[in-house]
Design a protein. Sequence first.
Length: 602
Amino acid sequence: MNPAVAKVTDRIVERSRSTRAAYLDLIARERDAGLKRPMLGCANLAHGYAGTEEDRDAMKADRAMNIGIVTSYNDMLSAHAVYYRYPEQMKVWAREAGATAQVAGGVPAMCDGVTQGYPGMELSLFSRDTIALSTAIALSHGMFEGAALLGICDKIVPGLLMGALRFGHLPMILIPGGPMRTGLANKAKAAVREAYAEGKVDREELLDAEIGAYHSKGTCTFYGTANTNQMMMEVMGLHMPGAAFANPGTKLRQELTRAATHRLTAIGWDGDDYRPVGRCVDEKAIVNAAVGLLATGGSTNHLIHLPAIARAAGIVIDWEDFDKLSRAVPLIARVYPNGAADVNGFEDAGGMPFVIRELLGARLLHGDILTVAGKFEDYGRRPVVEGDGLRWEDPGASGDETILRPADNAFSPEGGFRILSGNLGRACIKVSAVDRERWVIEAPARVFHDQAEVQTAFKAGELDRDVVVVVRFQGPRANGMPELHKLTPPLGVLQNKGFKVALVTDGRMSGASGKVPAAIHCSPEALGGGPLGRVRDGDVIRLDAVTGTLDALVDAAEWDARDLAECPPPAEGMGRELFGLFRGAADEAELGASAIFAGAGL
């Protein structure tokens, strides 16, 4: 292994020794309890079988696996609409392998793209915890010997895994739906957004551009959190190899889902290839996910989600681990917003099989992890439809080196993230799309308490200068830590005008974090005494991604003597008042910003 990757892995193993041991003991006890379904009473079983007349006799015989399907289907959102027919198809494919399948339950799937900049976005992060709880409820009936997790977007995959890992004795496979085909190019969409922010195009032109970009079933095509999820599931070995970015409605997508259903029946605990998800998700798999994130310039949201996923499996990872890995892992992909191509272009250039083969060859990924399929090296091969099945082949050379490069000819020798620390606390910054000349910004602060205030000031011309925009009280305890994606166009406009511009916030910026320097996830958050509460308009802020510092250049005595700003009262409406319990229990961002772990004693 690369020495830096090995050292970080060892650090995580040592830090997690007691919590991981406790977790493995839990899933061993659950496994040793035996098959739950035959142990249920007859009345209990009758309730569980009543909804499935076609498979009832097979289920009564208790001779084969019953697969629980946990689905995020809804037909309002493009990424989840693709799952409509999956359960009925998977039931047929389970029968082909001598098994049965039932929909165990559904989980909510909200879209940050719909709620960005509106009150519903304050429910977004905690929807992840709700999904984890919903997954646990779905699997709590004791009716299943394995599970298929149908989810793809921002909070859905982390939430599914967080819940599923508490049933870590079961074999499970993540089944994606794939990205929509390419529409209006992301760069063209961004240009229309900036033009609208400047008042150069009207709402109808903007809407037409957005519909041209988001036009059919499947995930959005930019490399945001949803598609970063799929990358991570591949490098953790939780998909069928090469499943991440096959388009919906294709024969390849169908055969990959069929293969996943068949594979689940082969890795159950009554066979000789038992692969429980709690053993698959170990310290090495978590490091692989972090390496993949850095090598491809993925979403900043995973500096919150990956610690939460790891914690559900008894593993402790922190931002220092990401920072150390980022110094050793080369950036080998440029996908929008870190390049011009979308994920379809990335897939055409070689996609995840190319990435995994290259990173394995450079000894940057752990090749000895337990995957849901075969050996991890199999994930470095590309799936191809052959007859009524699949074969896997070498992906060959990059199809486009403006998108995807070999590890020995990377776009950058380092990954795309940095950790910042100073008298403003600890924060993250994604630098893979930021020009190097903008890695250091020093300018007066303008302080806001929500992104609507920023947009109002922008429209009034009040930000037409060098400025560090500070948006505080956006942390998990204050308002649920919404993404501040609506700030991207106005801040981009200011930067295009030649001003030195940066964002500093205890909120999230999203998987679409791009060309404007943004110190995000500032911890501790402003609510409860975090240092962002001391910042005043006019304070000079220095953000330095080269040295890894984030400071208000204020005399130390004056800084310490300042009163903390008062947090606005919690907002009501749009159901936000129902999540007060989650806000009150939420951890800091570096721990995963979760409300459920403390109550579970994790």
